[in-house]
Design a protein around this ligand. Structure first.
Ligand code: NAD
Length: 273
């Protein structure tokens, strides 16, 4: 193996941890960190396919519901904006102050998971983290609350705690399991696995094209750099620009180019100050 490329947010985090511990065996390019990857695939791709998975598995009416989105990263903001666009009142939960602030200024209610647990009809986790919805929350949820994950793994929702807290469990329809908690029920979708992959078709090809263009160019780059040490490397900046230009062209969208005078002005420190 000469090198690797990593597609997703949590994968990059894990590979960085391996590099730090000196156990990464070959160089890896962090494809997820290309702007033409995470800003589009994670946000618009998963934002849409998360809602697709929710609708295919439950056929609920989103309008008028309260949706809670845990994590306001690229995936979370995509999910939040799509749910809002379909008429849900959206609450965002975060642990990172800047992202919490962004969500608040984007017009969402921002609160702790403990507070949001009592209010949500639909819950999405999109954090890459562990037990984001957990034992302290299930008992406070409304009857009929729907729980779904589109983050990393089936441990964003603490399923063992849900199993322990519930008196019974039954499958209502494909991808929907009802857990009885006293006189109430909560519905877990796709066993807490990535809902957009399990119950829908994951992200549309028309956004994955940019992610996979990054993969191919990153592999080509690795082949041209045989002496790279085992570590995690960024995607070369030029790739982002090339891919964005190609995508615009494919979409039939034209943008302007700076004039020579504008380029000169933009590089000045004596003029316009
Ligand atoms: N389902 C898919 O198709 C798909 C696509 C892309 C990425 N992903 C995965 O989705 C996850 C999120 O990706 P991203 O690009 O948005 O990452 P990101 O790092 O941009 O965002 C994650 C956010 O979650 C927040 N967070 C962490 N712990 C939290 C907690 N306990 N409560 C609330 N918020 C918390 C972080 O502060 C961060 O803002 C990753 O695991 C990624 O691998 C899934």
């Amino acid at each position: 193996v000469r090198g690797g490329t990593e597609e997703t947010t949590t994968g990059v985090i894990r590979l960085r941890a391996m590099a730090k511990d000196g156990v990464l065996a070959y160089p890896v390019i962090a494809v997820n960190e290309a702007r033409t990857k995470h800003m589009f695939d994670n946000q618009y791709g998963t934002g849409q396919s998360a809602v697709d998975g929710l609708l295919r598995s439950t056929n609920i009416l989103i309008a008028g519901k309260t949706a809670v989105v845990c994590g306001y990263g690229w995936v979370g903001r995509g999910v939040a904006s799509r749910l809002r666009g379909m008429g849900a009142a959206v609450i965002v939960c975060e642990v990172e102050p800047l992202r919490g602030l962004e969500a608040a200024m984007d017009g969402y209610q921002v609160m702790t998971v403990a507070d949001a647990a009592k209010k949500g009809d639909i819950f999405f986790t999109a954090t890459g983290n562990l037990n984001v919805l957990g034992k302290d929350h299930f008992g406070h949820m409304k009857d009929g609350a729907i729980l779904a994950n589109v983050g990393h793994f089936n441990d964003e929702i603490e399923i063992p705690a849900l199993e322990r807290a519930s008196s019974s469990k039954r499958t209502i329809r494909p991808f929907v399991e009802e857990y009885r908690l006293g006189s109430r029920s909560v519905f877990l979708l796709a066993e807490g696995r990535l809902l957009n992959h399990a119950a829908a078709e994951a992200n549309p090809a028309a956004v994955m094209d940019m992610s996979f263009a990054n993969q191919v160019l990153a592999i080509e780059h690795l082949l041209g750099e045989p002496d790279l040490r085992p570590d995690v490397y960024p995607v070369p900046l030029q790739h982002d620009e090339d891919i964005a230009r190609l995508k615009l062209e494919a979409m039939g969208v034209r943008i302007d180019e700076m004039t020579a005078a504008q380029r000169d002005y933009a590089g000045q420190w004596k003029a316009g100050t």
